[in-house]
Design a protein around this ligand. Structure first.
Ligand code: DOR
Length: 439
């Protein structure tokens, strides 16, 4: 029998489940937290981490990422993406079905789970993608956090934009439906109106606030008709936030990305097509309304929509450029920097990036530092600032829309299942995460 893995984290500023801070110790044994106390005496065989001056948070659960494997590994793969997660303090992720082949069957889901078990350094879950024809798969596939529907901004089988087809999915079964809410008909029409314009800033005009609002309204209508658990992915506009503020059933949740909180259409001038994503960046007014909605609980949590594309792909001329930007390495530091600037509290960041995600997706034993919870943890340094540097990034795409931003709250040490997966610039590539389960 192998001896248990024991980790003792000492003298940390621990963010407790009630949001209070305690200076103290955390003991983990194998994959679980077993004790949290002001002082714990060192058990035999424990690896000790001196966390003096550092803040201990539950590991981040990123509920929307695109990790490109299988089929698009020139952009990213599960190994490189999970190294980037470890560096960013992300200990679990939920990944989207627009890989090749599409994750629209149990077989494709099983293939991803198998690949992840071999090469993923952090914990993983995979959405099942809806098509107009795969209802039986949507009802039975497991384990999965839910059904992903692209109502717009997609082509081919994964685009489900007709109300009848959408209603067929909302009407059957009870598992969570997560929607990319953009109205494809409006996008198609506006693409024609803005044809032959190569300034990427036009992207935010083509896929405008109204396109997002129309789709969110339709998803909400269907969710209310069938009392169907709905999650609105990367909500991006003031209008959608206002819609939910007026009318948000208890079974509906929504997320926002750091990009939609912190970047706006002015980014096109600075970084061009690197700022192109779906749904697009909006105005400074939208930034402010989204922040307020997040603070008020109208928006429930944060996701990065990590969507890597190579610099070569991004260097083409708009509209030939792909939409999306990477995010798992910078999300926690961006949000903690915002907390230090007074936009929110560190406890709110913990809730939005761990606890609320675990609750919304029914992921047991994650999102809190308490005995019985999984030992997925991140120690961050809130005392120093360091810029985002391209040469330090681990994502295979090798760039970030936040390059040059001076951030605090960088992960110093990341722990997955009681094992140190990242420590002061070094990734331990031997660590493996586990498949997440969903209640
Ligand atoms: O900008 C985006 N890119 N938004 C999405 O929803 C998909 C993603 C991708 O896969 O590239």
């Amino acid at each position: 029998m192998s001896s248990p893995k024991i980790l003792l984290i000492r003298h940390a500023r621990i963010i407790l489940p009630n949001g209070e801070v305690m200076i103290g110790d955390v003991l983990t044994r194998d994959r679980q937290i077993v004790e949290v106390a002001p002082e714990i005496s060192q058990p035999a065989l424990a690896t000790e981490i001196d966390a003096q001056g550092l803040t201990l948070l539950p590991g981040v659960i990123d509920p929307q990422v695109h990790f490109r494997e299988p089929g698009l590994e020139h952009k990213e793969d599960l190994f490189t993406a999970s190294c980037a997660c470890a560096k960013g303090g992300v200990t679990s992720f939920l990944e989207m079905p627009n890989t090749r082949p599409l994750t629209t069957t149990q077989q494709a889901l099983d293939d991803k789970l198998e690949r992840a078990s071999n090469k993923c350094l952090v914990n993983y879950g995979f959405f099942i993608g809806a098509t107009a024809e795969n209802l039986p798969d949507l009802l039975l596939a497991k384990p999965t956090p839910g059904i992903k529907i692209f109502m717009g901004s997609m082509h081919g089988q994964l685009l489900v934009d007709g109300e009848t087809a959408l209603e067929g999915i909302f009407a059957k079964g009870d598992r969570l439906i997560a929607v990319h809410a953009e109205d494809q008909a409006r996008i198609n029409q506006r693409r024609q109106e803005f044809a032959n314009i190569h300034d990427p800033a036009v992207h935010s005009q083509i896929q405008d606030n109204q396109a997002a609002l129309l789709a969110s309204q339709l998803a909400l209508k269907l969710s209310k008709k069938y009392q169907r658990r709905l999650h609105i992915l990367h909500l991006s506009t003031a209008e959608e936030a206002e819609l939910l503020r007026q009318d948000k059933p208890s079974w509906v949740t929504a997320e926002v990305t750091p990009q939609h909180l912190l970047l706006n259409t002015s980014a096109y001038e600075q970084i061009g097509t690197l700022a192109q994503m779906n749904p697009p960046l909006r105005s400074p007014h939208d930034n402010e309304v989204l922040w307020q909605a997040l603070r008020d609980g109208v928006i429930d949590f944060i996701a990065t929509d990590h969507a890597p594309h190579t610099l070569e792909e991004k260097a083409q001329e708009y509209p030939n450029t792909p939409s999306g930007m990477p995010g798992v390495e910078t999300s926690l530091a961006l949000m903690l920097t915002a907390a230090m600037e007074g936009k929110c509290t560190v406890a709110q960041v913990v809730n939005w990036m761990s606890k609320a995600v675990a609750v919304a997706y029914g992921i047991p034993n994650k999102g809190a530092i308490a005995p019985g919870y999984d030992a997925d943890l991140v120690l961050v340094d809130l005392n120093t600032y360091r810029p985002v540097r391209r040469e330090e990034l681990l994502t295979k795409c090798g760039w970030s829309p936040f390059e040059g931003w001076n951030l605090t709250g960088w992960a110093v040490t990341t722990i997955v299942g009681g094992e140190i997966v990242y420590d002061k610039g070094q990734v331990n590539t031997q660590v493996r995460g586990q498949a997440l389960t969903f209640l």
